[in-house]
Every structure is written in C-alpha cells, then in structure tokens.
Design a protein around this ligand. Sequence first.
Ligand SMILES: *Cc1c(COP(=O)(O)O)cnc(C)c1O
Length: 490
Amino acid sequence: MASDAASRSGTHGRLDPADWQAFRAQGHRMLDDMLDHIERLREQPVWRPMPAEVRAGFRAPPPAVGEDLASVHEDFLRNVLPYAGGNLHPGFMGWVQGGGTPVGMLAEMLAGGLNANLGGRDHAPIQVEREVAGWVRDLFGFPEAAGGLFVTGASMANFIGVLAARTRALGRESRRTGLRDSERRLTAYVSRAAHACVVRAMEMSGLGSDALRVIGFDADQRIDLAALRAAIAADRRAGMTPFLIVGNAGTVDVGAIDDLSALADIAREEGAWLHLDGAYGALGVLSPKVAPKLAGLERADSVAFDFHKWGQVPYDAGFLIARDAESLRAAFATPAAYLQREQRGLAGGDWWPCDYGPDLSRGFRALKTWFTLRVCGLDAIGAAITASCDLARALQARIEAEPALELLAPAQLNIVCFRYRCPDPDPVNRSIVIELQEEGRVAPSLTEIGGKAAIRAALFNHRTTMQDVDALIEGAVRFGRAATQLAGAA
Ligand SMILES: *Cc1c(COP(=O)(O)O)cnc(C)c1O
C-alpha cells in the first residue's frame, strides 16, 4: 500500500531526510490529514476507550533501526489519533481544557522547525515572547515595570508566584541559607476552593502545606473575607508572618472569582504579597461581560494563568506575570560564566527569560500564542469567552426547566454543576457521567458540590454549541432513567 515516495520518506540512517522530495510529500500529507481531522470533528466521538490490543501495541522494544516516516504516521493515524483525550471536540465539557486552534497548530510546527531555545541571548524569538509579555501587562493593567514569561501551565506559574513571594518575605539571602535560619514563620492564605496545585506549590517551596491556611467560602464559593482577616490576626498573635494571600480568579469547580479588590486591600494592610490563580479566569479580561468581575486583578503582585484554557492556544502555554519583574530576578537570576552577558554578539540581548524563572532551556511557546492572538484577534477570543458564559446560562435554564434534574452550582462563569434526581443519587450520577463519556457524544466530568456527586459541564471549547448542551441534557436524563429503572428492577 505504501507508495514509492512513502517508502522513501525515512531518514535511512541519518537524522535529516534522505530524500527531501519524498519527505516533503509525506509532510504535506500529515498536515492535510490533521486539518481534515479538525475540520470533521463532529463526525467523530468525543472520546473512545482504547481497546486492549491497541494499548498492548505500545510495548514495542526501543527502535534501534529507523522506519519510514509514512509508516510511523500510519501507526499514529490508527493507534493514537482515534484515542486522544477529546478536548478538541465540541462535545468535550469535562475539565478545564481549551479546544486549541488550527492557527496555533501551524505556529507550533514553525516553532518546532526553528527549534529555538528561549533561555536567553540575542535572537528574534526572545522578542516575540517579550512582546506577548507586554500585551499581557497591558491587558491586565499592570505597570511598565511588570514582566512575565511562559511556563508549562498554571501549576508551575503558581509555584513561581509562591517562590517570588517567599524571596521577598525572607530576602535574597534566603536563597543561600534556605529556611533553616529563618526566624520568621511564614503563613499563606487561600480559600477552600483553591486548586490542588496551590497546596503543592507550598509543599514544593519548602514552607509546607501546614503553613497554608485554608479559609472557608461563601455560598458562591468566594473566599470568606471575615474569616481571612480573623485567620491573619490569629497568626500574627501567635508570632507568625502572614506573607502571601492567594486569590482565586475562576475556581475549578464552579468558576468563582474572589473579591479581588478586597483581597488587594487586605494584602496592602498586611504587607503581604497578593498572588492570583487566574488559570483560566484571568483571560476573562478579554470579555466585556467577565472583565468587571475581575476588578482588582490589576493590583495583584503576580498572576498565574494559562493561554491554553480560555485562550485556546494549543498546549502548553502557561504564563506568570509579576507586577515588578525585579521580584522574579531576585528569586531566580544566577551569575554563571556560561550565562555571561555581552554588549554585542549572540550572547547579548536585553532580556533573558532564564533570569525570571527556574528554566534555562525553554521552547518557543510564545510563537503559537503570538500567532493565535494575532490571527484570531483578541476580540474574537473575548467573544468566545462571552459565548461560553452565555452557553452555561442556557444550560442552567435547561436544567431548571427539566424536573428530572437539579441544579447544584449555577453558572457564575462557564461551569455548571447539576445532578439527576433519584433516591440514591451519588452512584447514579457517577454512572451517568461514565456512560456519557463512553457513549462519546458529550463528555462532562464528575465533581462534588457540598458533598454531593455532581455532573460538571465546563464549557471551555470554542466549538461547543447549543446542540451539545441539548445532547448533555437528553443524555443525562436518559442514562439517569436507565440507571434508576435498573436499580428498581433489582
Ligand atoms: C487548570 C487549573 C490549574 C492548573 O493549571 P495547569 O495549566 O493545568 O497546570 C490551576 N488552577 C486552576 C483554577 C485551574 O483551572
């Protein structure tokens, strides 16, 4: 079946193509196949379980001898593509994941071709990242002195925020001494709705998660400000140093945004660093409907967020911005001979990202972001964010109009949680979620709201429409009925 060109598409003992013509033809085929796949997503299931024999196929020995590119691509088409995670698909509503863009994919290909290392030095890719950082600064209303950089995701960005806050609290010297000689016992604060990576950031920072005070929240899962003030006061009385408040700008379960202005006031009064986990919510500044809820974001000391969620840039494209870029230098810059800066030549350059975060070798995440923002435009990305919130409200209305369903968490942004009403709802709703995922039409996820198993629809995919929302309602009721009838018959 392999054409003559296909059988010459390998590298035949070298690393560059042996036959550029054949390689080029195969490359074009791969590009077309992927674009076909994205264009025809609706004809595919959201997700399908991997058959055991496909899974077993991934246990081949290490490939000592090369194959043709065409044959490995065949394997990809047969055994990888059909069993991907589904977040491209309009029916995907399981977790907080972006749908990506074909523009971003093409840019990712260019970035791969360029193979740029964005640790530092004097080359144009650095300027692209710097330009995107400038856009972020402007969009968030941060001052000129602000600076930031791409990281894998908000998990890493939140970690960097904690480290920057820690270095400010303990001084640069603490980078040498560690926490051992510190007399100041630092405490941090976040609401119970925080993402688990905030807890992990405290663990990884060496401060320990015991030093993170987990504060209660109100009916909308926004941090309880009175409880926060009380916890800080109690810690001060006990001789602790409250150094960091982490605000949520879009929680993972229900999309709650804390009162960011109030948190900024408290942080200023306490001399604490205000870091925001805006993993997906921070880009809400692009939507005229969401932006007002984010008032106060511009007063934060640092914000962690992801271009790969609401921003729809392909994975991975996390970002950390600090109001004072020097605070990142204080936490991360190191003098090393091989990182020597020159006035001229390739080792020059006015901005080396390796001074602002833990990575030295870094890929060109900025390029897919630069392309996506420029080609799609911020207005269109903002409109997709607004549309996802409108869709969530429409879903909420459908749930409220359907007697078999009960709303558990209303649409604050673009996430809605609900359940099927029945005598033993937890196992039934768990099974509804699994049945829906396996059916492959829509894929919500499971969470818990107030101790109750909840079906969570997180509407992040820019391709999702009302027909997907209707399919979710129809499917949840159908599988709910089937499960309760089964239980009744047993
Ligand atoms: C997704 C998410 C994270 C983690 O971000 P990653 O990019 O997956 O590392 C943290 N906080 C919130 C609120 C999130 O939605």
